[in-house]
Design a protein around this ligand. Structure first.
Ligand code: OTU
Length: 651
């Protein structure tokens, strides 16, 4: 694509731009548009260049961006400029996130505002509020089946409530993250209604077919995402008299991004939420955005082009807003959602680190870090100006998304090992205290995933039910160990609401017809505020967990090497129970922090002489920054108590 082609198209577009737009002050917008238009044009051309109406579509694209720029408040435009200057702002260790459902956490959006003190007390300054948009009363996949992308679910509140909340958060220097469900709509969305009523334009918003011919071809290579509740990837719609692609649940219709109208609508929606004050947008299910017969319909090259184009367009209208890629895919595929061959993120600045999450659960079950070490070693290095979202639990199930090759290298048989992990977490073995619930069992492939809250999976629920003090102590330690890792690994830690007070599984979903078939509801709690208030009473479990995590967060914020500049080095020790890595600062080597985690229920040792730069005694004495204690050393060997982590520095 020649630069001249994009320039002359841009000139044409600007000459034809609607007068109500061109009359306004668009200085910053035009500068950014000029800088980004070559990229925008070439991506838009790659995706839609073969169409006769390409130029009209490009005109609509630019007008959409310009209109939303004009809708953006001066305050947010100011913030864009500040963040453009301080472009590494989100890599800082000062950010600590929490994901929560506003209704489960605080009843509704108004309640959220009055509970900000609670999260702030913990040290959290980034909230991911789970889907809040209008969705059907019954089946809505927890809000991921959206029926109106511009309206808030009245059960949760109003747009005014959201503005109030966003403003209150801004005053507290907290970041707001909202979902944009890009891949599909609810079958009750207006577009789906129009398609059902026979509109060919709206049928083209989705993948609809009059016969099984093409669906059958697709099915040959498409896996099933929800095999129990929604087998197959197509649903017959009686009213429309056509098949429609529904990769997730049958009521979630996949959007057709080969239609530029869909792309422009969804960009407009992204910009709309950016203008409502969201600092970060979580783009749901991004791996699925492009469908191609003969492929798994995940991680297709065009899905990446769509994300790059969305990013480039946002850079023009709202450059201060970041994207989170929710791509729960193979380790080698995940890092591609930052964008390849670049320094700055070309697609999403942040991505869920599902690999690390699953590997940590593997270490919990096996009580060793063999696969964890191997998996992290294989994780491709990410871009410089991009960061991970590190989490232990979230609203979804745990999928064992690590690589078979890594399982082999760790010394296991993949199929047996995966089965062992699933069986362990659903509590099949005598020595397993886990109370997980199976999810997504697929008898055809043997695949299975796990639901359950952190406290229940780690054995805290079991230990309390049994009154086993020793087991309670171990479960608490394990919960803190995992938090010690997500807070130090590099990236934004995302705590899952309720975990900070040890919330158990909640089986109430089994009484609700629209939830009972989806075990993920077992770990989407309604916070018991009486329980939460016990965090003030010393000696209680809630106190032990909350105060420890609070301390960890406070300490993290002080440790500059915990900022994410790809400054982590995995350290392979001879002890398989340990997960060890260094966080360093090339300019100030004395600031290095050595993170050591022992997944075993017995004490383990680490020969410091094996750890480069850490042959203790050279620089002084070891201190754990979290506890302030000097750890036990025997000769030149560090002793790590059971289920304990250290953030070590030498003083
Ligand atoms: C996402 O999930 C959401 O997080 C889920 O809550 C939704 O049900 C789903 O999209 C549909 O909107 O798409 O890229 O194991 O990990 O479905 C991964 C299931 C996703 C989830 C997977 C995920």
């Amino acid at each position: 694509m020649y630069e001249q082609v994009s320039h002359s198209l841009l000139n044409d577009i600007l000459n034809h731009i609607k007068p109500e737009i061109s009359r306004q002050d668009l200085r910053h917008f035009y500068t950014r548009l000029g800088a980004n238009f070559y990229a925008i044009h070439s991506l838009f051309y790659k995706l839609y260049g073969q169409r006769d109406d390409f130029e009209q579509q490009a005109q609509r694209l630019v007008e959409t961006m310009a209109r939303q720029y004009l809708n953006r408040s001066d305050k947010l435009k100011q913030l864009d400029i500040i963040r453009e200057k301080d472009y590494n702002w989100f890599l800082s260790q000062k950010w600590v996130g929490m994901a929560l459902y506003s209704n489960g956490f605080a009843g509704n959006l108004k309640g959220m505002k009055s509970h900000l003190n609670y999260v702030q007390d913990l040290g959290v300054n980034l909230l991911h509020i789970m889907p809040i948009l209008r969705c059907p009363e019954g089946h809505s996949d927890g809000g991921y089946a959206v029926s109106d992308f511009r309206e808030i679910d009245p059960r949760i509140g109003t747009l005014d409530d959201l503005h109030d909340l966003a403003e209150a958060m801004q005053q507290r220097d907290m970041l707001l993250t909202l979902d944009v469900v890009l891949n599909h709509t609810s079958n009750e969305h207006e577009w789906a209604q129009q398609a059902r009523a026979g509109s060919p334009d709206y049928q083209d918003y989705y993948y609809t077919f009059d016969s099984r011919n093409i669906p059958d071809m697709f099915e040959q290579s498409m896996p099933e995402i929800f095999p129990e509740n929604a087998p197959g990837n197509f649903t017959w719609d009686q009213e429309m008299g056509r098949w429609v692609m529904t990769v997730f649940n049958s009521y979630q219709w996949d959007l057709n991004y080969s239609n530029p109208a869909v792309f422009i609508e969804m960009l407009d929606i992204i910009l709309f939420w950016a203008n409502q004050g969201a600092d970060i947008l979580r783009l749901d299910a991004v791996a699925f955005l492009w469908k191609k017969i003969g492929s798994s319909c995940q991680n297709e090259r065009e899905a990446h082009l769509i994300l790059q184009l969305l990013k480039d367009c946002c850079q023009v209208t709202c450059p201060g807003v970041l994207f989170i890629a929710e791509a729960i895919v193979a380790p080698v595929e995940v890092t591609k959602y930052f964008g390849e061959d670049a320094v700055i993120a070309k697609e999403c600045e942040i991505a869920y680190n599902a690999t690390f999450m699953a590997l940590m659960w593997d270490a919990v079950a096996t009580k060793n870090a063999k696969l964890l070490n191997q998996g992290i070693k294989s994780l491709p290095v990410k871009l410089e100006r991009a960061t991970w979202l590190n989490y232990i639990r979230c609203h979804d199930d745990i999928g064992l998304g690590f690589d078979d090759q890594d399982i082999v290298l760790a010394g296991y048989n993949p199929a047996n090992h995966r089965k062992f992990i699933i069986d362990y977490f659903i509590g099949k073995f005598d020595d397993s205290h886990a109370r997980g619930v199976p999810f997504g069992q697929n008898d055809k492939t043997g695949d299975a995933r796990i639901s359950g809250s952190l406290a229940s999976l780690i054995g805290l629920q079991y230990a309390i039910e049994l009154g086993d003090e020793k087991a309670i102590e171990n479960a608490i330690k394990a919960i803190l160990l995992l938090h010690g890792l997500i807070l130090s690994f590099g990236g934004i830690p995302l705590i899952y609401y309720g975990d900070e007070i040890g919330t158990w599984n909640d089986s109430n979903y089994l009484n609700e017809p629209e939830k009972m078939g989806d075990s993920r509801w077992v770990h989407r709690p309604t916070i018991d505020w009486n329980k939460a208030n016990r965090r003030h009473t010393s000696g209680t479990i809630e106190y032990k967990l909350f105060s420890a995590i609070k301390r960890m967060i406070a300490v993290r914020k002080e440790i500059e090497v915990f900022a994410d500049f790809n400054n982590r080095e995995l350290i392979e020790s001879n002890n398989p129970h340990l997960f060890v890595f260094g966080r360093y600062n090339l300019i100030k080597p004395s600031e290095e922090v050595l993170v050591v985690a022992n997944f075993d229920v017995k004490p383990q040792s680490l020969a410091l002489t094996d750890v480069k730069n850490w042959a203790s005694g050279q620089r002084g004495q070891l201190v754990d920054l979290y506890s302030g204690q000097k750890p036990d050393l025997f000769k030149k060997t560090l002793i790590i108590p059971p289920l304990t982590f250290y953030w070590l520095t030498e003083v």
